[in-house]
Design a binder for this molecule. Structure first.
Ligand code: ATP
Ligand code: MG
Length: 259
């Protein structure tokens, strides 16, 4: 286990938080259900996500990866501990405040896309900006995203008229368009073939390198993780290890060890 995982929150508070922390969990625990049926999906997890870093979150099915992402972003509430976005403790926010915070600072790419069926691809992509009265769609950025993601000819189509991979790419463009501080992606390459997946990962990598985008990506795919700066491993709701600049083989070895 790395030193960082062992670092106690008191130590990090004493040392002062790094100024480049954009999201962090401190002693985060999430329990579903009560009594015999209780499941501890997140168990005293402390982790920091830094600006401009591309992090993969890996671990067996049911280990708590999605729960970590949902609690970190305020989509779900911790049972105990704290989830910060910048300096804001999302655990103290009302549902409405939490949703305003998400809209202004965070982007999401869900495994099941969550596209609005009655809106075209373009309308789905611009939805987060259209919902914000103070924001305007950056048409140049939208055109660039659509071109890189290969969906420029599909913008007028409804989600039902798109393939699974195209829907996923629309969801990626929707997450990117408001230029959020952090993008949380839950298996964004899950529905893609290896070529499209490679292109998407290369694009996410470019967004990190050139725009300073921070990305937290849940993935089961060692190749996807190898595009990241950092990989963290979750098991039974606990953060059990992490590595930097992982190769595909590093990740496969670790996954075998954990499963
Ligand atoms: N709403 C819920 N009610 C009860 N238990 C839940 C709920 N959501 C998640 N869990 C449980 O919490 C644990 C962690 O679930 P989570 O969805 O975070 O896993 P995961 O690592 O994302 O798995 P996968 O790789 O299959 O997506 C699992 O045991 C799951 O059954
Ligand atoms: Mg999950």
């Amino acid at each position: 286990m790395s030193d960082e995982m062992n670092q106690r929150p008191e130590d990090s508070e004493a040392a002062g938080q790094p100024s480049d922390s954009v999201a962090r969990l401190v002693n985060a625990t999430k329990t579903f259900g009560t009594g015999d049926a209780a499941v501890t999906a997140l168990d005293d997890a402390t982790i920091d996500f830094r600006r401009g870093e591309f992090t993969a979150v890996m671990g067996p099915s049911g280990s708590g990866k999605s729960t970590l992402m949902y609690c970190q972003s305020g989509l779900d509430r911790l049972t105990s501990g704290h989830a910060y976005v910048g300096d804001i403790d999302v655990s103290t926010l009302s549902d409405q405040e939490s949703s305003v915070l998400r809209r202004s600072k965070l982007g999401f790419i869900f495994q099941s896309f969550h596209l609005v069926p009655a809106l075209t691809a373009r309308e789905n992509i611009t939805l987060p900006v259209d919902l914000d009265p103070d924001a305007e769609v950056d048409e140049t950025f939208l055109a660039e995203l659509a071109a890189v993601l290969g969906i420029e000819n599909r913008l007028g189509n409804l989600p039902s008229q798109l393939s699974g991979g195209q829907r996923q790419r629309v969801a990626v463009a929707r997450a990117m368009i408001p230029r959020p501080e952090v993008i949380f992606a839950d298996e964004p390459t899950g529905a893609l073939d290896s070529k499209t997946s490679g292109e998407l990962l290369a694009y996410l990598r470019t967004a990190v390198d050139e725009l300073g985008q921070t990305i937290v990506m849940v993935t089961h795919d060692a190749v996807a993780a190898s595009h990241c700066d950092r990989v963290v491993y979750v098991q039974d709701g606990r953060l059990v290890d992490e590595g930097r600049h992982p190769t595909v083989d590093d990740v496969l070895d670790k996954i075998r060890e954990l499963s």
